[in-house]
Design a protein around this ligand. Structure first.
Ligand code: SF4
Length: 97
């Protein structure tokens, strides 16, 4: 992990700069597959989906909801198993960011 000094937003100009950790891709990947906050409903209520990705997700039995040509599935995600994504390699585009 590398530390990078960045100005804290909204802090008085006389405050010392705050040091924030920068997480490596490897650490980020590990966190992505273990904390579950993006998948258990803590941070998001649903995951928006592109219409083109619906067929393969239907094959994986995602609980897809479509309203006025917009699709999503609700959180907590049914594919979350013991704090890990059970379909990680095939997860939707919005789960990859
Ligand atoms: S598909 Fe995987 S990564 Fe996406 S919300 Fe569900 S458990 Fe999380």
């Amino acid at each position: 992990m590398t530390d990078v000094t960045r100005p804290a937003t909204g802090s008085p100009s006389s405050s010392p700069p705050r040091t924030l950790p920068v997480v490596s891709n490897e650490t980020s990947q590990s966190l992505c597959q273990s904390c579950a906050l993006c998948c258990d409903g803590t941070l998001f209520g649903k995951v928006p989906l592109e219409l083109a990705e619906l067929p393969p997700l239907r094959e994986l039995a995602f609980d897809i909801m479509e309203v006025l040509e917009q699709a999503h599935f609700p959180q907590p995600c049914a594919k979350l198993v013991e704090s890990r994504c059970s379909v990680y390699a095939a997860r939707p585009k919005n789960c990859r960011g």
